[in-house]
Ligand binder design. Structure first.
Ligand SMILES: [Mg+2]
Length: 333
């Protein structure tokens, strides 16, 4: 097998999809036409993946949980030729002066986030600084709840095809989905509401959550700031049912204890750092699925080593739906 062995017949079975195969000599661009027709993926170690799939299937859905990053994992990276917006990036706080200030912070800190010369300790401090400053600006600039609704309805943001099917399939089997994000919980909830037009009783969000006063003004943020580099420290303590604020009738379907007993994890992310989302868990088996949306040639080898399956080229979620249906099928096939 070459180092770029992709393939496979064992994954997408229900949905008939072409799989892109490449080797060291084939270039990504020459396969572009093919790739646009297919959700291409790379599996570095098929044997290991097969083992994990069968262990998880044997333990059954009662032992399984899904932990997913939000931005560019559940949502698409490209939308009609434009970069999809993130839950932080889409927010227009109804005060142009403060929108500009937050944009300037982005221009300053974003390159530092990806700088190869800054140590992780220093970077962590910088990310904390960035998140706290921009949260401070949201409060100072007088964000009101209705601005969130409006921002989401004007935003360039969309879920990957298959996300609804994935959530529905898991809901029917009482498999919890934890959306773990350094973005903003209130915005993620609004995106779910506006784009999916329904809620899921198995979906919870762990992210930065806003506190509004009775007049709908943002006054503070709950708990410790979750930024890109400390997602792993937060695990389940901030998990809240999605209906918390919308007055839904469903309570949490799983308390933290039972989530901890779900020792098989399917993790979905678009950054290597997303792998840290399962750090707080004592899992037995973990299948990590990565979405490599951009800079494929540069990043593929790192992603391939870190994730069990890597989807390329802003793929749909349909392959993950297939995978989950394998994980939840009761043996024999
Ligand atoms: Mg992401």
């Amino acid at each position: 097998m070459t180092s770029h062995s992709l393939l496979h017949t064992s994954l997408p079975s229900r949905i008939n999809r072409t799989v892109w195969c490449c080797n060291k000599n084939s270039s990504y661009t020459s396969s572009r036409v093919e790739m646009e027709k297919a959700d291409s993926f790379v599996v570095d170690d098929q044997e290991l993946l097969d083992k994990k799939i069968s262990s998880i299937r044997n333990a059954g859905p009662a032992k399984l949980q899904v932990i997913a990053d939000f931005d560019a994992t559940l949502t698409r990276y490209w939308i009609n030729g434009r970069r999809g917006q993130s839950s932080h990036g889409l927010l227009q706080q109804g005060n142009p002066e403060f929108d500009v200030k937050r944009h300037k912070l982005h221009e300053y800190y974003h390159p530092l986030e990806f700088s190869p010369t800054i140590s992780i300790e220093e970077k962590t401090k910088l990310m904390e600084e960035w998140w706290e400053k921009s949260h401070g600006l949201l409060i100072e600039g007088g964000l009101i709840y209705s601005a969130i609704k409006e921002s989401v309805s004007n935003a360039t943001i969309a879920f990957r095809e298959g996300v609804v099917e994935l959530f529905e399939y898991l809901e029917e089997r009482d498999v919890p989905v934890l959306i773990f994000s350094a973005g903003l919980a209130d915005i993620i909830e609004e995106v779910l509401k506006q784009k999916l037009h329904r809620s899921f009783k198995n979906v919870r969000i762990v992210s930065n959550r806003m506190v509004f006063d009775n007049d709908g003004h943002l006054v503070s943020f709950k708990g410790k700031t979750i930024h890109v580099l400390n997602k792993n420290e937060h695990a389940l303590d901030m998990a809240a049912p999605i209906h918390d604020q919308s007055g839904g009738i469903d309570g949490p379907t799983d308390d933290t204890a039972s989530v901890e007993q779900r020792t098989n994890v399917l993790l979905l992310g678009d950054h290597i750092g997303d792998l840290g989302m399962s750090d707080g868990l004592n899992y037995e088996n973990r299948i990590a699925v990565g979405f490599l949306n951009d800079n494929i040639e540069k990043s593929i080898s790192g992603y391939q080593k870190s994730f069990d399956i890597v989807y390329l080229n802003d793929a749909s979620m349909l392959g993950v739906v297939d995978l989950v249906s394998q994980l939840c099928s009761s043996g024999g096939d």
